[in-house]
Ligand binder design. Structure first.
Ligand SMILES: Cc1ncc(COP(=O)(O)O)c(C=O)c1O
Length: 384
């Protein structure tokens, strides 16, 4: 049976062609450290890491490669920004579509006196930015918004939110976990002070590496959540203010960065526009098929515009977990079932507590995958 992977919202698979080889080659032939060794191999490896920062700056229009902070993933990056910036009495605004990677750190921070409001999205996950404006108060320090919903794919208008934040001098942070590598994101254009993404989803890199891109003012305002050796200013007991060192103590995940650079090179070579166009075409085709099906409810927007390649279905007469099990067991189709770590989003969409069966498409899915997935869904639905 052909295996069809439709869980790219969780992690992309396959990854960028040649990724394993690139990482393996680094480990086997070039596995030195950086910022610590005073020899040529270490300096030349440092150059490769700088090239990775530069490639990420090109992709997201971040102004300074030194403001690219490597993290173990988006979750750690979100914790670094939230816990590094907010203190007792500060107010933060998010949307009602956020992932637990935001909800849980904020629930912790609330216990320490941070104030938090959620701007309500509609039943398809769309945000009217005026909902953000209404919640702003004198103590508001940060607006944090998910860019693309990991539950239903709906996009949040980050450019419009960014201009409100710029006008009101509030920090703006974007969780681009579902869109980095599959949408045009221009940090400058959307006035983002922090852009956070994992390397292993649409960026097509390995697990264990993520990025936080910071504006100069955000880097100055945040305190480092972790501290330790940086190989710089070693006579000082405080963390250096110098970037990226301020936020990067300890030895970095260099194989992960080398892998991420390889993946970003692939994206640049294919062209982001071509990647977006292909994923859009595949998602549109799946949405079209689903629109004719009886017995499933689509959570989120029914057509292509304003959404990314994440599609969630709620089965009317069948348990969602049973549907996901049958999809894999009888048709080889791998999806994800449940709440997708985003209970607030499901409450917004009306799919709590049952959750949904999520199909999330990647660059390597094909039209044949869509036809087979639609055929499988029709077979399952007609047997009920
Ligand atoms: C919207 C969103 N934010 C944050 C995360 C956390 O990413 P990671 O698990 O790579 O840290 C995810 C992962 O699914 C996500 O979809």
């Amino acid at each position: 049976m052909k295996q069809i992977y439709c869980d790219n919202g969780s992690t992309s698979f396959p990854k960028a062609p040649g990724l394993g080889e690139a990482i393996g080659k680094h480990i086997d032939f070039n596995g030195y450290n950086i910022s610590r060794g005073g020899y040529r191999k270490a300096y030349s490896l440092e150059g490769e890491i700088i090239e990775a920062r530069e490639a990420l700056c090109r992709l997201f229009h971040c102004t300074d490669p030194k403001n690219v902070i490597f993290t173990p993933g988006a979750t750690i990056g979100l914790n670094m920004v939230l816990k590094g910036l907010l203190k007792k009495g500060d107010h933060v605004i998010t949307t009602s579509m956020e992932h637990n990677a935001v909800v849980r750190p904020l629930t912790q921070l609330e216990k320490e006196g941070v104030l938090w409001s959620e701007a309500q999205c509609d039943a398809q996950g769309r945000l009217n930015v005026e909902e953000i404006r209404k919640l702003i108060r004198p103590e508001t320090k940060l607006v944090l918004a998910i860019h693309g919903s990991n539950v239903c794919g709906t996009l949040i208008p980050i450019k419009e939110i960014g201009s409100i934040c710029k006008e009101t001098e509030i920090f703006f942070c974007v969780d681009a976990s579902q869109t980095a590598g599959s949408a045009f994101i221009d940090m400058e254009e959307c006035c983002a002070d922090a852009l956070i993404a994992p390397g292993h989803k649409a960026l097509l890199g390995p697990q264990g590496i993520g990025i936080v891109l910071l504006s100069k003012r955000m880097a100055g305002a945040m305190k480092p959540l972790f501290s330790g050796g940086t190989g710089s200013a070693s006579d000082k007991e405080e963390m250096p203010e110098l970037l990226p060192d301020k936020f990067q103590p300890g030895t970095l995940n260099i194989p992960g960065i080398i892998g991420l650079k390889h993946a970003v090179d692939f994206i640049e070579k294919e062209g982001l526009a071509a990647i977006i166009e292909k994923k859009q075409r595949i998602t549109d085709a799946f949405l079209e098929e689903v629109s004719n099906m009886k017995g499933v409810r689509l959570a989120g927007l029914p057509s292509g515009g304003g959404r990314c390649a994440v599609v969630s279905l709620d089965f009317v007469n069948l348990d969602n977990a049973e549907a996901a099990f049958t999809l894999e067991n009888e048709f080889g189709i791998m999806t994800r079932c449940g709440l997708h770590c985003a209970p607030h989003a499901h409450k917004t969409l009306g799919t709590f507590p049952q959750g949904t069966v999520r199909f999330s498409f990647g660059y390597f899915n094909t039209m044949l995958d869509i036809r087979l997935a639609a055929g499988a869904l029709n077979r399952i639905l007609s047997s009920r």
